[in-house]
Design a protein around this ligand. Structure first.
Ligand SMILES: NC(=O)c1ccc[n+]([C@@H]2O[C@H](COP(=O)([O-])OP(=O)(O)OC[C@H]3O[C@@H](n4cnc5c(N)ncnc54)[C@H](O)[C@@H]3O)[C@@H](O)[C@H]2O)c1
Length: 326
């Protein structure tokens, strides 16, 4: 008798959980979504007469950032490897925003020749540059090297954008006030700058290689902001959140996790909000050297606040790229 009662109460609890948990989740869903979505750029700033370059803007966060800046009236240059995809994105943005000034230029950040060609063509054709968003990125790549022999994460995420910024800096200064925005990641917390093995030739872990390159984004921003003091060009870095994009394409496991937990990820539009905020918010006019997430200042790892490492990385990057920048 007692056993039958215990069995029944077990079934009752199981049934209660089976109905109750999904109901609870359903009720909590709007709150979870609001939490996941994070901050929004509340600024109504218009950008008529302003020009912006956004790298990797044919997909994901970059594309949504381009859409938002175009909606505000900016001339937007989509800098990307795949110009056919870029043209499709540009056509979609032009049609949706009614802004005809969305153009595509070829840029492969894994090839310094392509970066120089992009810069030459940009400087010949575009007279002004007010916003540079270094957004493009790769993650979890199997070990590979760029055309110039740099490990892929370091080469694309850090060195490629370092060189691009160097080549476009005079135009930014001439157009000032201007803003440079480096899209980093929360993953920078797991990164270290391994000066003894920058190219990951002694040991390589693709997750860590991404984190190292994103720490490099934060350190580059820090030193760049210091060097730009006294000019009206600012430099800030950001974490866009965990966003439903194809960034994880190189990992089958991550692709599945991204699909399974997609409800807990930001949409690309939500992921673009902090980039847009850094690009347009009036209150950031003279804010520089900071790191943002969810449209507010965020915590930087102790490694990301190390001025000595920032300076050393700057010098080593110049050496690797064969440029003189002081
Ligand atoms: N998605 C996330 O959860 C997340 C989280 C933190 C940081 N980020 C950062 O956000 C940025 C945008 O990523 P996303 O999530 O939109 O991914 P995505 O893959 O949709 O976009 C990345 C873009 O970079 C471009 N790119 C890659 N290699 C390039 C190269 N050699 N030359 C030029 N362009 C190149 C791609 O073509 C693509 O357009 C990246 O810097 C990424 O590290 C994303």
């Amino acid at each position: 008798m007692a056993m039958a009662a215990a069995g029944l109460s077990c079934w009752g609890a199981a049934l209660g959980a089976a109905v109750g948990v999904p109901l609870l989740l359903l009720a909590a869903a709007p709150r979870i979504r609001r939490f996941v979505a994070g901050g929004r750029c509340e600024s109504a700033a218009r950008l008529e007469g302003k020009a912006a370059v956004i790298t990797g803007a044919n997909t994901g966060i970059g594309k949504e950032t381009a859409r938002e800046l175009a909606r505000r009236g900016a001339r937007v240059i989509i800098a990307c490897r795949d110009t056919a995809k870029g043209e499709a994105a540009a056509a979609e943005i032009r049609a949706e925003t009614g802004n005809p000034q969305v153009v595509v230029k070829k840029l492969d950040l894994a090839d310094t020749k392509s970066i120089r060609e992009f810069a030459d063509s940009f400087l010949a054709e575009e007279k002004e540059l007010h916003i540079l968003i270094n957004n493009a990125g790769v993650m979890l790549c199997p070990y590979s090297k760029t055309a110039d022999g740099f490990e892929m994460h370091l080469g694309v995420n850090h060195l490629g954008h370092f060189l691009l910024t160097f080549l476009l800096l005079e135009r930014l200064k001439q157009s000032a006030p201007a803003r440079i925005i480096n899209v980093s990641s929360l993953g920078h917390h797991g990164g270290r700058i391994r000066f003894h093995d920058l190219n990951g030739e002694k040991s390589y872990n693709r997750g860590l290689a991404y984190c190292h390159s994103k720490l490099a984004n934060v350190l580059f921003t820090r030193e760049l902001a210091r060097q730009l003091q006294g000019t009206k060009v600012t430099a800030n870095a950001l974490h866009p959140g965990s966003v439903r994009t194809e960034l994880v394409r190189h990992s089958v496991l991550m692709t599945w996790l991204w699909r399974i937990f997609s409800f807990f990820l930001k949409t690309p539009w939500e992921g673009a909000q902090t980039s847009v905020y850094c690009a347009v918010a009036e209150e950031l006019e003279s804010v520089t050297g900071q790191y943002f997430s969810d449209c507010q200042p965020a915590y930087v790892s102790s490694w990301g606040r190390d001025d000595e490492t920032a300076k050393k990385l700057w010098n080593v990057s110049c050496e690797l790229l064969g440029i003189q920048w002081d």
